[in-house]
Write a protein that binds this ligand. Sequence first.
Ligand code: HPA
Ligand code: ZN
Length: 333
Amino acid sequence: MSGNSNIIEYIKKTPKTELHLHIEGTLEPNLMFELARKNKISIPYKSIEEVKSAYNFNNLDSFLNIYYQGTKVLITEQDFFDLTWAYVLKCKKDNIVHTEIFFDPQAHVDRGIDFNTVINGIFKALKKAKDEFNITSNIIMCFLRHLDEDSGFKILDKALNHKDKIIGVGLDSSEIGNPPKKFERLFKKAIEEGFLTVAHAGEEGPTEYIWEAINLLKVKRIDHGVQCLKDEKLVEKLKQIQIPLTVCPLSNVKLCVFNKLEKHNLKEILKKGLMVMVNSDDPAYFGGYLNDNLIKIQSALNLNMNEVKTLLINSFKSSFLSENEKNNWISKL
Ligand code: HPA
Ligand code: ZN
């Protein structure tokens, strides 16, 4: 076997964690069509081929328009269950043993869907994943940063009834012009209520947003963070505190953060000793689930076995699993 096929086999068969995944971003075109038909929601596509050809993005916002449009087919608890269960089956296929997923309740509540409908559908599918496949999970509720902080407070209030299901809060959607500092009071309240915090920062936005996420939102992880190399002091800080960066290679290319996978800075980030790992973000839209992301970035950057192993270990280390659970999995790698 060549070196590369060894590494590919290793990626496929090793137990893995995923830490940056939007459950609404796993809505595959076939399920989108099925739900649109069932719920009598009109979608602007005639065929699955037409959907796929619409998935050409030139930045984050051009993707988000299509992503929010897709969410409109999700109406009932069963729809959220089916969406999540389809992702669980992908986890099983990719040998993901633990996943921490985002959901965007404001995208649903603001079109009249009850918060309970959303969270219960997602939670029941994850419970079944544990019962049937022993796949563990955590749920992170994201605030939409293009909306105002008041809307965030209202959704946080609804989440208080579901503290048993939601481990933390995050920040996603349109980054530029919506800095973390816009949500400082909201995150303070979330922390007081016992939620862990994470935030998308430095996906396409400036390095100041990464500083703000750390200093003002007190995040445990930065989602994306790939812009960090533009600021030497920030790189020093990230190295010193080992705050994880949940990097998503196929997403970054689809949204034109890097013009091709070979230009991705993941290897450079690794070499600087930062706590980084690979994730799939919105795999139904970006052309691949976790194993695809790992296999394609390994090949594009010619990552060696040690580098791949570091990425997989970092993912367990950066998760919200207990120290015992982390060590148990890491010992198996
Ligand atoms: N970035 C910001 N917001 C998002 C993303 C993303 O990659 N996916 C879904 N919401
Ligand atoms: Zn994301």
